[in-house]
Design a protein around this ligand. Structure first.
Ligand SMILES: C[S@@+](CC[C@H](N)C(=O)[O-])C[C@H]1O[C@@H](n2cnc3c(N)ncnc32)[C@H](O)[C@@H]1O
Length: 352
């Protein structure tokens, strides 16, 4: 009975998030149309595709619930939403919309007035998603989680949580290591939504997060402050040159980064994650779907990289990540699993 009630509450919460994000998208499209009536190209989504997407969402929720029920992670994680923060940030997000539209209309992709950009790789100094400040401002870091949840109709965290089961399974290779000595790195950790999930599942492990953005790390720090257990060690750094010694981590995760890297940087990022992993350790990537696993959504993917300014997404759509992982030295790459608009890949570093 308690389980049935919790499941119903979870389904209602997901449904509610999906309605809220739909309401926001509808209102913002209306507002934009009112400002520029003739200028907004609308591409209709065929009803069959909408049905398919809804099925993917339902499947995602089913597996999310199932993993919690099977004890992969606590059921409470399904309800881990920063509602107060979302409510606090929503007005700023609305106020920021016109500048996002202006930037998009003017095709201004490197708009960093009054923001220090020196020292960052040039591929990174971009207004990804037309975001004000790119990844380099506190405003952007404050709005990011809310924006991503709205973009994915309230399913972003459920997609991130898909890495938790393979992560836990991969650690059985180190069953002789005391829980506190297990070290896990989340590379490009952003505002720490993934790290919160990992902490809830593995309360004793030593967790690390690295990201290029100081602003996003500040937000991550804030979001992790109320989590029990040892402090998560956050560090500013580039995935191309990770600030850790060789063979240090039992597992490395990386969520929603690869589609934002140029192809050569993707290879270097994989090489670095391989280097810092212990032999027998696993690297788990969660990122956007690709054409090979979701050919029926190719048109949508094409639209995504244009509409949301994702400059490296076109090359990502057909990039063979499995081949890249093998090139870096990984011995076994498991077949990718697709969940709604995301997929994950698990690669094992050989023992010798
Ligand atoms: C789309 S966000 C994903 C953040 C987080 N993993 C999540 O699931 O929300 C991409 C993140 O990658 C970081 N990033 C981009 N290029 C990077 C690089 N070369 N090294 C480290 N972090 C990078 C950005 O600062 C940003 O926080």
């Amino acid at each position: 009975m308690a389980d049935t009630l919790t499941k119903l509450t979870y389904q209602t919460l997901q449904q509610g998030k999906s309605y809220l994000s739909f309401a926001h998208k509808t209102l913002s499209i209306q507002a934009r149309k009112a400002l520029k009536p003739n200028d907004l190209p609308m591409i209709p989504v065929p009803p069959a595709l909408i049905t398919k997407l809804q099925q993917r969402v339902n499947d995602l929720q089913a597996v999310d619930w199932q993993d919690a029920e099977n004890g992969v992670y606590p059921t409470s994680l399904l309800f881990d939403e920063p509602w107060v923060d979302y409510l606090r940030q929503y007005p700023s997000m609305v106020v920021d919309l016109p500048s996002i539209w202006q930037r998009a209309d003017a095709k201004k992709y490197q708009d960093f007035k009054d923001i220090e950009t020196e020292g960052y790789p040039s591929y990174y100094v971009q207004n990804f998603h037309h975001q004000t400040g790119g990844y380099l401002s506190d405003l952007s870091a404050n709005l990011y989680d809310l924006q991503v949840e709205i973009l994915f109709g309230g399913s972003a965290d459920a997609m991130r949580r898909r890495i938790l089961r393979p992560l836990k399974a991969s650690l059985t290779a180190f069953s002789d290591v005391p829980a506190k000595q297990i070290r896990i790195l989340d590379a490009a950790c952003g505002t720490a939504r993934t790290l919160r999930g990992v902490r809830a599942m593995l309360p004793q492990a030593s967790l690390f997060g690295v990201d290029l953005s100081g602003a996003y790390l500040r937000k991550a720090n804030e979001q992790l402050a109320d989590m029990p257990g040892e402090l998560v060690q956050l560090m500013q750094g580039n995935i191309e040159e990770l600030p850790y010694v060789d063979n240090y981590f039992h597992a490395v995760t990386c969520v929603f980064l690869f589609h934002e890297l140029p192809p050569a940087v993707r290879q270097q990022a994989i090489a670095e994650c391989y280097r810092v992993l212990k032999p027998g350790g696993s690297f788990i990537i969660c990122d956007s779907i690709q054409v090979a696993d979701s050919p029926e959504l190719e048109a949508m993917m094409n639209m995504f990289h244009e509409t949301f300014h994702e400059p490296y997404y076109r090359s990502y759509m057909t990039d063979d990540l499995v081949d890249r992982l093998y090139q870096a030295g990984f011995a076994q790459v498991l077949p990718p699993e697709v969940h709604f608009m995301s997929k994950y890949l698990v690669a094992h570093k050989p023992i010798v």
